[in-house]
Write a protein that binds this ligand. Sequence first.
Ligand SMILES: [Zn+2]
Length: 139
Amino acid sequence: MLTGHIAVSALLKHYLSGSGLPLYGAAIFPDLVDKGLSKAGILPTGRDVGHSLLAAALTTGCVGIFWGRRAARDWGLSYLAHLICDTGGSIPWFYPFRRYDFEPSDRSISQLLFTALIHPTLAERLLLSWALSAPLLGK
Ligand SMILES: [Zn+2]
């Protein structure tokens, strides 16, 4: 879903005139945290605390403290868009307040990211096409 996350952030940047670093950072942050910590053996699965509303709220607050309200808006929107785009699978929305059981993955993080980049879903291809053509279409 990496391609889709980046495409959605590009659309948010285009239509909301958002700032790039918070938008693209939040687009990949949940996967970097959870998949990275999962592959390090710290978390049992690639969708854990980083894919929760608590993480979205805490990181948005931190971005707001260090980068300001507009960056926090962009980070928060992109983070929530990431979680919504991942709803094709299970998302631990209310972690750690509710228990979630996930199957651990045996693929490495580089395998997961490479597969996500070279095998985008139809929805991701459509989003990417829209994101690439949006500057030509105007707002
Ligand atoms: Zn994700």
